[in-house]
Design a protein around this ligand. Structure first.
Ligand code: HEM
Length: 211
């Protein structure tokens, strides 16, 4: 009887995020920060549009420094991203957590989120709006890498570059994918701040479920 009582009172820990996902997620967050801020500095040296990014929020100090940061972080971004995608595809993680994505469910969840009515009962599952944001983020990052390769080596990778509208076209795609990534990360981090217990789970991997 006493034993039963103990089991009933013991908090249950539920694993929600595997170690590989947590490691690659946080390495990615840091790498994206370095890539974006050094990218803004590179952009400032030859702006595509009528504006430049304030120097204070850029990394590298000057064009050469920013390029070094960008190219150094690029290797980490790609190896880390490939690790996440391979793990996600082979283990079934991506299929289990991000699939299916049904447009009407995404819309319904976004509307609920705006009304502050989205349920966060079960942190082991992503809602439809989250799944859509994560899937688009992953696709935006893949576009960033592909267009980035074309901007980096437009001569050696001529076929890739011409498929993206030449060097100039690839630069525009690279910029658009960056803007989409930054916008979605702002939404993503705002959502995390609204439901802060998701942050602990993404660090420790576990959530506490009191019985
Ligand atoms: C300071 C920055 C960031 C914070 C605090 C943060 C926080 C989190 C948290 C707490 C989760 C789990 C959400 C939940 O359990 O409901 C998560 C998942 C995720 N985040 Fe972030 N994140 C950050 C940056 C990023 C960046 C830069 C990206 C991509 C460009 C990103 C992409 C993702 C993806 C794809 C998932 C789903 C991972 C999976 O289960 O496979 N995050 N993030």
């Amino acid at each position: 009887m006493a034993g039963m009582q103990m089991t009933e009172n013991r908090a249950q820990w539920l694993s929600v995020h595997p170690l590989v996902v947590r490691m690659t997620h946080w390495i990615n967050a840091l790498t994206v920060l370095v890539m974006v801020t050094s990218g803004w500095r590179i952009y400032n040296a030859s702006p595509l549009f009528d504006f430049t990014f304030p120097a204070a929020i850029t990394l590298g100090g000057w064009l050469g420094g920013a390029l070094l940061w960008h190219f150094a972080a690029m290797w980490l971004l790609v190896t880390n991203g490939v690790t996440y995608l391979l793990y996600g595809l082979l283990s079934g993680h991506l299929r289990r957590k991000l699939w299916p994505i049904k447009p009407d469910a995404v819309l319904a969840d976004i509307l609920d989120a705006l009304r502050g009515r989205l349920s966060h009962q079960d942190l082991s599952l992503y809602n439809a709006a989250q799944r859509a944001v994560y899937a688009v983020l992953i696709l935006a990052m893949i576009s960033l890498v592909i267009s980035g390769l074309a901007v980096w080596k437009p001569v050696q990778l001529q076929e890739l570059a011409s498929g993206l509208g030449g060097y100039e076209g690839a630069r525009r795609i690279h910029f658009a994918a960056m803007a989409l990534t930054v916008a979605l990360v702002v939404v993503h981090v705002s959502m995390v701040l609204l439901v802060p217990r998701t942050l602990g789970a993404m660090i420790t991997g576990r959530i506490r479920r009191d019985s």
